[in-house]
Design a protein around this ligand. Sequence first.
Ligand SMILES: Nc1ncnc2c1ncn2[C@@H]1O[C@H](COP(=O)(O)OP(=O)(O)O)[C@@H](O)[C@H]1O
Ligand code: SF4
Ligand SMILES: [Mg+2]
Length: 366
Amino acid sequence: MKDIFNTPLLDAQSLHKHFPIGKTPGLFARARGSAGPVPRLHAVDDVTFTIARGETLGLVGESGCGKSTLVRLLTRLLDLTDGSIQLDGEEIGHLPAKGFGKSLYRPRIQMVFQDAGDSLNPRFTAFAAIADPLRRLKPLPREALKARVEELAAMCGLPLELLGRFPHQLSGGQKARVGIARAIAVEPDLLILDEPTAALDVSVQVVILQLLDDLKQRLGMSYLFVSHDLNVVRLLCDRVMVMYLGRIVETGPAERVFRHPAHPYTRALLSAIPHFDQIKGSDGAASVPRLRISGEPRSPIDPDPKVCRFHGRCPQGTEACTQAMPLLQGVGPGHSVACHFPIIDTGIDTVRADTDEPDSLIEDVA
Ligand SMILES: Nc1ncnc2c1ncn2[C@@H]1O[C@H](COP(=O)(O)OP(=O)(O)O)[C@@H](O)[C@H]1O
Ligand code: SF4
Ligand SMILES: [Mg+2]
């Protein structure tokens, strides 16, 4: 029998998504055996994580690191190259993306897109946009549908008189509210938010984030919150995952990762935020070295499986980092990092692990 208390809501194991790049060799080249392997862009590589019920997990990383691809795998808009996705203990990773829209699991994972304006059908009024997933996934009689759409609009702070408007007649904040109302209409267990406020003015962002936080408390959903805004992630998320070139390089409780970032890339990300207090001592003076990164990222096309993806840009990289891919290992409670030389916080100061014995300060992950 399924143990619902110990089964995570979402369990993603070793997810891979590789896109073939360039032209597929023709029939003759393949028949002659002269066709080399098709180059592949590794957008998501060996990504493993879970999301518990009611939890908000943040996903951060620079543009092009694979966040949206990962989201599209989880929402089953894209087929996996390899890996497993379980929802409440049931495998959904093998279900073809084409046709997942009609699956019983569809209502349980919903998504809020980056640009609500782009994701709304210009020919649908706000009412029709919110009613659309209900019509497709949870049909209701006409009067009940109207009542439900109005209830959702009210929950999302959208005045009822705006329900007859088309997207171009709504402000950015109002479109965002329609996108959220639409996503929660079918009562999902997991809401995936891909940079939900990135297209909004700062003042509107705050209101929409507050709305998302309120809805989560009220409806008990889990969130996967994708953002490049680390302050927002710190405020909203219980845990955070940091992604770099298709791989998770650090994961842990948000407060801990932000206070004691152990991966050089996380540290560099945090260093880039002006006045971020995490890397400052109590007197406001910097207590740990700021890390700046320079140089170009490595190519995601057929990357060498033995070389750390951050090597070449990492201020701490050594020859050892080209000999074996660093895997996630525990450095504290629930806190894991994929680096041969993580920056370990001793409680007194933050130091870099001894380069001769890279694993000596690292706890084993059970
Ligand atoms: N359909 C696709 N075909 C080929 N490459 C893709 C495709 N979708 C995304 N990519 C590549 O995968 C990588 C990750 O992209 P993406 O997931 O959009 O990153 P992010 O959301 O973090 O900006 C990028 O190098 C991007 O160019
Ligand atoms: S393994 Fe080496 S190159 Fe990679 S992040 Fe750690 S120190 Fe930098
Ligand atoms: Mg993206």
